[in-house]
Design a protein around this ligand. Sequence first.
Ligand code: LLP
Length: 427
Amino acid sequence: AQTVGRGEDGVVTVGGIDVKRIAEEFGTPAYVLDETDFRARARAWRTAFGQDADVFYAGKAFLSRAVVRWLHEEGLNLDVCSGGELATALSAGMPADRIAFHGNNKSAEEIRRAVTAGVGRIVLDSFQEIVRVAHIAQELGKRQRVQIRITVGVEAHTHEFIATAHEDQKFGIPLAGGQAAEAVRRALQLDGLELIGIHSHIGSQIFDMSGFEVAAHRVVGLLKDIRDEHGIELPEIDLGGGLGIAYTSDDDPREPHEIAKALTEIVTRECEGARLRTPRISVEPGRAIVGPTAFTLYEVGTIKPLDGLRTYVSVDGGMSDNIRTALYDAEYSVSLVSRTSDAAPMLARVVGKHCESGDIVVKDAFLPGDLAPGDLIAVPATGAYCRSMASNYNHVLRPPVVAVSEGEARVIVRRETEEDLLRLDVG
Ligand code: LLP
């Protein structure tokens, strides 16, 4: 759990440091990431899955060199989905054979770098890519370990933009119509490829395990067909990421050991039914590891009560540091953290400083009625897909990530500067 508390003066502390000190030293807005919590969650996943399975942290949720080192130390592997993520992983010393490379349109250059570095697996996402990776591997005199990503036709109950296994979307090769079986046929014929398994990722922010159950059933069905047709049993399956976290108190996420137990039981049962050896399972949680470990610290700038409606509380960041509310209608909570207050609560909407009205961080929340400019407020559960999806909209500078642990705070991703912005502008 996060090491968050409140000191005697009413100021919230994290990792033993009070947020006022963090704001003074590093400025606001800032993502404040609890390293102790991150490591504990990573370790919990690792331990839950044990030695017979692999946990690949999904770097897209949030990646930095410090994070790569923590993952390495805690025994996790890493899923990357671009040349940039691959470069970050390698530069922080993640062994290449513990990296999986994803993406529905990897460039030839990215594939070449991944194969040259010796990544543990490339997850193939299309018929073209099967051939592309095979050719590049052959050119480089290598045999690349690969999985094929299939879409199993599951409707994951989550936002449309982050559901990925129903039929009408861009990822993977459909199981339907024999396409996945055909992809396997082709991959098995190519010398540059060593097909080690099948991959399925059904979506993100999922609470209901039944989607995984259907996915596992269908993936194992394919493994059985492969055995019957080719006489081989593929040694691995990957069930992707997607486990939900609590953004508000309505969400009730499962613990890693429950998830591990459920997934292992499903796969084992399905394999027994199909008379297959149980393959090595891997998973790719991103949000579930990093999401709860950070909050965004903002300073309140202006307060605008609109009679009969709500009070608009403007902070010094906004949709450039958290696009999720605008993009997915995501829900967040918010708290006053620089002091306590006994004032009656007011219905507030926390908005940013950007030039559009959709610039909302927290749609509906209660904050103390005596909230004032200069107060610090925190939005929890912003560790995943906030810094990693941050933008420079309105030439706003992206906030730093400050890691706290055992009474110490240090910057792991520094705040962007105007020089950073202007450096790219060479016109
Ligand atoms: N594996 C694959 C192949 C993925 O595509 C993803 C997420 C993951 C693993 C990790 O999923 P997680 O455990 O973090 O849910 N930007 C969206 C989420 C997009 C997820 C994309 N793929 C959001 O802010 O909710």
